[in-house]
Design a protein around this ligand. Structure first.
Ligand code: HEM
Length: 127
């Protein structure tokens, strides 16, 4: 059964463009991670002001291995550096729940939390 892991980001209005710019320049390493199935960055339009970093994995282990692995560290090196720069004591990704997606201007998000789901049912377009 596939699992979905969503990083839920609270992004101040003035940082939305910067967050999307940073993701546009992302490392692109997750695509070659074992068991990776899908990634989307979802911009809020209605009902919430939080961005969702949607990922789907073949299994929980595949996600855990990615999050503990080099691809996550590399994909988050900039964010960790920025989280460190922003507050010195703030933690970045891979160092526990840090603050936001950042590049040089400090973190772009002011908060993040992870939601976990199991895919019970799914459907795609009829081919
Ligand atoms: C405090 C925790 C986190 C922070 C601050 C953070 C920050 C970032 C940043 C800044 C980037 C890429 C853009 C860049 O290189 O600057 C990124 C990429 C990414 N993040 Fe996070 N992240 C966190 C946790 C997570 C978690 C828990 C997930 C999974 C549910 C996740 C999923 C992703 C994915 C899939 C990418 C693209 C990686 C790639 O292109 O290889 N992040 N994150």
């Amino acid at each position: 059964m596939s699992v979905v892991k969503i990083n839920v980001l609270t992004v101040p209005a003035e940082m939305r463009e910067e967050l999307e710019r940073r993701f546009a320049n992302r490392a692109g390493m997750v695509e070659s991670s074992d068991g990776f199935e899908w990634f989307e960055l979802l911009r809020p339009v209605e009902g919430t002001d939080r961005y969702l970093v949607y990922t789907r994995w073949r299994s929980e282990d595949d996600f855990q291995n990615w999050q503990k692995g080099m691809a996550f560290q590399r994909g988050h090196a900039q964010a960790a550096a920025d989280a460190g720069r922003a507050g010195g004591q703030e933690q970045g990704p891979g160092q526990g729940q840090g603050q936001g997606h950042g590049h040089g201007q400090g973190p772009a998000a002011s908060g993040s939390e992870v939601w976990s789901f199991e895919v019970v049912q799914s459907a795609g377009p009829k081919s």
